[in-house]
Design a protein around this ligand. Structure first.
Ligand code: FAD
Length: 601
């Protein structure tokens, strides 16, 4: 080894040894001493039974005072070769607690203090997944009276679960989120039913507008356990993804109740279980799980603005989620209200089919050209190049998770500064066409907008060129003031003839689902989902440090919320499934600092 490799290895090894010895001897002062004045400890379940970032030594001390005696951390070992870049040493490590094994990551400064620390739970001791050497035999050799085949046992289970036996977990919503979590719980042996109103897994993608392909590249999109094959398209067409989800649900042996609508849920204090009333293929069934997970999507109900005169319109009006695709609109005058992803995709598809399309842009939008986004923002972690340099999606997910939200924007700003340069020509032509651009309030671009507000951007896969060259007509800085039988009148007085009006106006808050299916009071108790409290547009403060209510205990007992894009569904289903498994096995799970809910919706 030369100095370049021995130095980081020695420094990280020494730090970890000091940290381990401080924790093992319950010496909180010594442990806190090892952190820099600006430092962060993000914990995914292993120390806190929560998803929390401790920001600064005082918060780290407070957490250790509350949790260290119970957690009993031990056996810290450096994993792989630490490395150094720009004066910061990166190192991976493994560790144990009294009940679990974990993996962590640290960023060490040249003063020997840690800047960021990540600790994550990987498995519960004694309840490991039955994989590799622990896998089941499948065939049972020998003789056995009344032996049942795998298929017979599987059919018995399907017939019994939900009727003669109650699942421990019910997941409402069988999109990619419910499916990924279901697969993890299946591997952990937690009896689970996924309730889905569509007939088949994958239908939530199949039912979206025809031209839709994933906006995120394949390296970012794998489901847990079963990565896409290595010839899978970079951007999967929606129906192909639908087929994958259907296949995955089957081979993962998930108890998936298609054509089943959840109608009402209530918690029974006497039995400490939920009553979940569902209509399964026309018949009412009451499920009584202990834990209830809502996996109903990244957002709530479609937002359709109430515009005066809408009822007088003689053409067609639809929310983007109901848009059937462009075929019927050749030669028609189409007005699309909105300027984010769906609006752009729908405008481009309508234009391809010879419609006369106008986009109405009410406020500024962040445009991130897909190839630049892949190269500048995602490429280091999720790309073929990253895979070839040893960063598969498992590792990438942990690297991503190791960056505390409080400083994440600082990691992103340089990528978007580079994008401004690289795509300067497109941006200037868009501005000439009147398009209002932004890069987020602090220039941190797409992913921070996604985390803070879940909207306000378009990943450009071609429509921006059509806007820039005028093929898609643009009216910006205006809204629709009122609707007439065959036209819309804009707030600047312009009248646009219209046969089709598409509201690409996004979705409401996720806890609309809770209000409807449980009660408005419970929805308010849980409070707003998503957002970080960044005090930026649509993400009111105070600062909360982690996405609100996602994948962690909420303020309502035994009620959980899961979802997000494919990356988040994959990664965070691991931590939600371990929290549920621990409860299923009656392992004590004292939650450190439940997040207060500052905003109801
Ligand atoms: C145009 C567009 C492009 C997108 N591109 C990407 C992308 O590239 N990558 C990505 O990761 N994400 C993308 N997304 C976001 C994508 O919608 C979410 O990532 C994904 O759908 C979230 O999955 P989910 O399982 O949480 O929710 P959903 O897929 O919305 O699943 C929720 C399920 O709940 C069911 N349901 C609702 N109510 C009930 C009820 N009462 N009873 C039973 N079932 C019910 C619904 O039928 C639905 O199947 C895109 C979204 C849109 C609109």
């Amino acid at each position: 080894m030369n100095d370049m490799t021995t130095l980081p290895t020695t420094a990280a090894g020494l730090w970890l040894a000091d940290f381990a010895s401080a924790l093992e001897s319950q010496d909180i002062d010594a442990a806190v001493e090892l952190f820099a004045p600006e430092s962060y400890w993000r914990d995914l379940v292993s120390f806190t039974w929560n998803i929390r970032t401790q920001e600064g030594p005082a918060a780290i001390r407070e957490m250790l005072e509350a949790r260290l005696a119970d957690v009993k951390p031990s056996n810290f070992q450096i994993e792989g070769e630490p490395s150094e870049s720009g004066g910061v040493i990166d190192a991976w490590f493994t560790f144990e607690t009294g009940v679990a094994r974990g993996r962590g990551h640290l960023r060490l400064l040249d003063n020997g203090k840690v800047w960021t620390l990540l600790t994550t739970m990987t498995e519960l001791k004694g309840f490991e997944e039955r994989k590799n050497e622990r896998r089941i035999m499948g065939a049972e050799h020998g003789v056995q009276a009344g032996r049942k085949t795998w298929l017979e046992r599987r059919k018995d289970e399907e017939a019994r679960l939900g009727y003669e036996e109650q699942p421990y977990v019910v997941i409402i919503g069988g999109g990619q989120g419910g499916i990924a979590l279901g697969a993890r719980l299946r591997r952990l042996g937690v009896p689970t039913i996924i309730v889905e109103k569509n007939e088949k897994p994958g239908d939530s993608w199949r039912k979206r507008y025809k031209s839709l392909c994933l906006h995120d590249p394949v390296w970012y999109d794998h489901l847990p356990y079963m990565p896409f094959p290595d010839d899978w398209p970079v951007f999967a067409p929606k129906d192909k993804l639908g087929d994958w989800l259907e296949m995955y649900t089957k081979v993962m042996e998930l108890n998936y109740w298609g054509s089943t609508v959840a109608k009402k849920c209530s918690f029974d204090e006497a039995t400490q279980t939920w009553n979940v009333v569902v209509e399964r293929q026309g018949k009412e069934v009451v499920l009584r799980p202990t834990q209830l997970v809502f996996a109903l999507g990244v957002s709530g109900y479609p937002n359709t603005p109430k515009i005066p005169g809408a009822e007088t319109f003689l053409g067609e009006q639809q929310h983007s989620s109901q848009h059937p695709g462009p075929e019927a609109y050749t030669g028609k005058k189409c007005v699309v209200l909105g300027s984010n992803n769906s609006a752009h995709d729908i405008c481009a598809a309508l234009w391809e089919y010879g419609a006369d399309v106008t986009m109405i842009q009410r406020s500024s939008t962040h445009i991130a050209p897909s190839d630049s986004l892949m190269e500048l923002a995602l490429g280091g972690l999720y790309s073929e190049k990253a895979v070839q340099s040893g960063i598969d999606h498992h590792k990438a997910d942990l690297i991503f998770a190791s960056v505390p939200y409080a400083i994440m924007h600082t990691f992103h700003i340089p990528a978007y500064d580079a994008m401004k340069q690289r795509d300067a020509d497109l941006y200037s032509r868009l501005e000439k066409a009147g398009f209002m651009l932004d890069f987020g309030v602090d220039g941190s671009g797409l992913f921070m907008k996604y985390l803070r507000r879940g909207s306000g951007y378009y990943i450009d896969v071609g429509a921006s060129e059509l806007v820039a060259n005028g093929s898609i007509k643009l009216k910006s800085g205006v809204n629709i003031d009122h609707i007439n039988p065959r036209s819309v009148t804009l707030s600047d007085g312009t009248e646009l003839p219209a046969d089709l009006l598409v509201y690409a106006t996004g979705y409401g808050s996720m806890n609309g689902w809770l209000a409807d299916l449980i009660s408005p009071e419970v929805a308010d108790q849980v409070g707003k989902c998503w957002g970080l409290g960044s005090d930026t547009p649509k993400d009111p403060g105070p600062w909360e440090g982690e996405p609100r209510n996602m994948w962690k205990p909420t303020n309502v007992k035994n009620l959980w919320i899961h979802g997000g894009n494919l990356h988040q569904s994959r990664h965070y289903s691991q931590f939600l499934s371990l929290q549920l498994k621990a409860r299923y096995e009656h392992i004590p799970t004292p939650v450190y600092k439940l997040q207060p809910s500052y905003h109801k919706r």
